[in-house]
Ligand binder design. Structure first.
Ligand SMILES: Cc1cc2nc3c(=O)[nH]c(=O)nc-3n(C[C@H](O)[C@H](O)[C@H](O)COP(=O)(O)OP(=O)(O)OC[C@H]3O[C@@H](n4cnc5c(N)ncnc54)[C@H](O)[C@@H]3O)c2cc1C
Ligand code: SF4
Ligand code: SF4
Length: 468
């Protein structure tokens, strides 16, 4: 069968555009199953099913380019809200942190998500929360999984960002049964899939009554955590759990630590991320290749989106600060009430300020995505329909940067797997050295450019201080 004749989801999977969300395996279990490949989840096509489903599977897949895009979903869900091309729909845009309890100290940034989930539960707005927690009793040895929390304590156990593969086919099956109401937490593509499932009538509305989105740079394979742990001197089989966002009191929020707890030992080992290979999110070591074809940074299909305030005014505070985009009425009312009684400390910020906090992510997923789409067309490879037009980057240096990043994403996990199979992780470093060196050399600035950037950053700081 030629590439053109294949069903759309075959193309998604074969071209590594599958993020492994599990929406297809949940909705069409006779056609799709989830499997681990190169340390990430991926859909697998099962032998032809006897009956054709009523809904075309590609319409619920967030990466097929079929069905509604994020702009259309946002317009359908929040028709009254204002729009911004970078943030999607919004009622209000905020920067700040949680004052109440230990939510801020226990969270990745300002503690907003865990606080909100606890508040929703306590007020009876939902009966449970669907989010990612340390795994319990898994046969496959994975450290994190989607799970249901029904108490505030369980919600708090699930705090922190997991830069780790997760899939939601099993948990969606559980919450789709019965009549309970749940809040769902997900990275943007997972939230988009949940919305498509709800629109198609395949998932109950109350199974994800409130959708909380994480602002997202990219998702990592499980080898990211293993590689960081190995650098800290801990082998895979000794890992009890990982904390990718350990706060370091003496450093800016952006220079957080990585903590690895070892089996049979009480105290975790902590290393500043600055000291570890893999720290550079721009380089994107162990990035899921599907993320290279994504254009949603601010979780545009979620009722509320939460991220890190990577802003000059906040980044120096090691306690962590959130950026928040509110789109629906329920969360808007809860948040406003909590600001008024001092449980939350948030102030209005402009869309420009929020976009500035994710400037690199937006650049890579707008201009960078245009370039990658154009490369696929150039090579005759299938590419999904996106909200940006294909166009090669104008500067030769930028083209190289984007091309190298894609290569790093496409090769890292397989090289790590090969090195592990050979019993020596150093082989991974040897195998990647040339590509990483080429990338770093291309990104490294020459002196005039560095001075110009310094001046730009200074100007940006002044501009930011003047912005509301
Ligand atoms: C893969 C990934 C990439 C990210 N990229 C960016 C980025 O580029 N820019 C940015 O500003 N912020 C990014 N974030 C979000 C950021 O790391 C924080 O999670 C966010 O600021 C919320 O902080 P908090 O203190 O309010 O959350 P917390 O109170 O720590 O709560 C986090 C909640 O998210 C849930 N969760 C954790 N990991 C996952 C996951 N993989 N999938 C679904 N739910 C999960 C937890 O179960 C918990 O309920 C990313 C998060 C993830 C998981
Ligand atoms: S991205 Fe999700 S819905 Fe699409 S093929 Fe992969 S697992 Fe299935
Ligand atoms: S970058 Fe996009 S595709 Fe990748 S995990 Fe985030 S939302 Fe999903």
């Amino acid at each position: 069968m030629s590439d053109c004749d294949k069903p759309l989801l075959d193309k998604v999977i074969e071209n590594r555009n599958c993020i492994g969300c599990g929406a297809c395996a949940f909705a069409f279990p006779e056609q799709f199953a989830m499997r681990a490949i190169h340390g990430s989840w991926q859909a697998q096509l099962l032998p032809a099913a006897a009956t054709e489903p009523d809904t075309a599977p590609e319409t619920i897949c967030p990466h097929s380019g079929a069905g509604l895009d994020e702009t259309e979903i946002g317009a359908r869900l929040y028709p009254q809200a204002k729009k911004d091309p970078r943030l999607g729909r919004y009622r209000s845009t905020l920067v700040g942190h949680v004052e109440e309890g230990g939510f801020r100290a226990g969270g990745s940034s300002g503690g907003m998500i865990t606080w909100l989930l606890a508040d929703l539960l306590e007020r009876g707005e939902v009966d449970g929360v669907v989010h990612v927690r340390p795994a319990m009793h898994r046969d496959d040895g994975l450290l994190f999984e989607y799970a249901i929390s029904t108490t505030v304590e369980q919600v708090q156990e699930g705090a922190k960002s997991r830069y780790y593969p997760i899939e939601m086919s099993g948990v969606l099956k559980l919450v789709n049964e019965g009549d309970k109401r749940f809040a769902f937490v997900g990275i943007p593509c997972f939230v988009k899939a949940v919305r498509q499932l709800q629109f198609a009538g395949l998932l109950r509305k109350d199974a994800a009554r409130i959708c909380v989105g994480l602002v997202c740079g990219h998702l990592k394979s499980k080898y990211f955590g293993e590689y960081l742990a190995w650098q800290a001197g801990v082998a895979e089989e000794e890992i009890e759990t990982l904390d990718f966002r350990h706060k370091l009191a003496d450093r800016p929020a952006s220079q957080y630590g990585f903590a690895v707890s070892q089996r049979g030992k009480d105290t975790p080992l902590v290393r500043p991320m600055q000291d570890l290979n893999g720290k550079d999110w721009g380089e994107g070591l162990f990035k899921n290749p599907a993320c290279e074809f994504c254009d949603d940074v601010f979780a545009e299909c979620a009722d509320i989106s939460v991220g890190d305030a990577w802003l000059p005014r906040h980044v120096d505070d090691p306690a962590g600060t959130n950026v928040v985009v509110i789109r629906d009425e329920v969360t808007a009312t809860l948040v406003q009430a909590a600001i008024e009684d001092g449980r939350l400390s948030f102030e209005e910020a402009s869309c420009d300020t929020l976009a500035l906090s994710q400037a690199a992510g937006l650049r890579h997923r707008r201009a960078g995505l245009s370039h990658r789409l154009a490369r696929r067309i150039e090579k005759g490879i299938w590419a999904p329909r996106k909200r940006v037009e294909p166009a090669l980057a104008k500067s030769p240096r930028r083209r190289l940067v984007y091309d190298y990043r894609l290569q790093i994403a496409e090769t890292g996990a397989a090289q790590f797997e090969a090195a592990k199979a050979a019993g020596d992780v150093r082989l991974f470093e040897q195998a990647m050295a040339g590509l990483l060196q080429d990338y770093r050399r291309t990104v490294r600035d020459n002196l005039p450019l560095r001075l110009a950037k310094k001046a730009w950053r200074f100007g940006r700081k002044l501009l930011h201080a003047a912005l509301p």
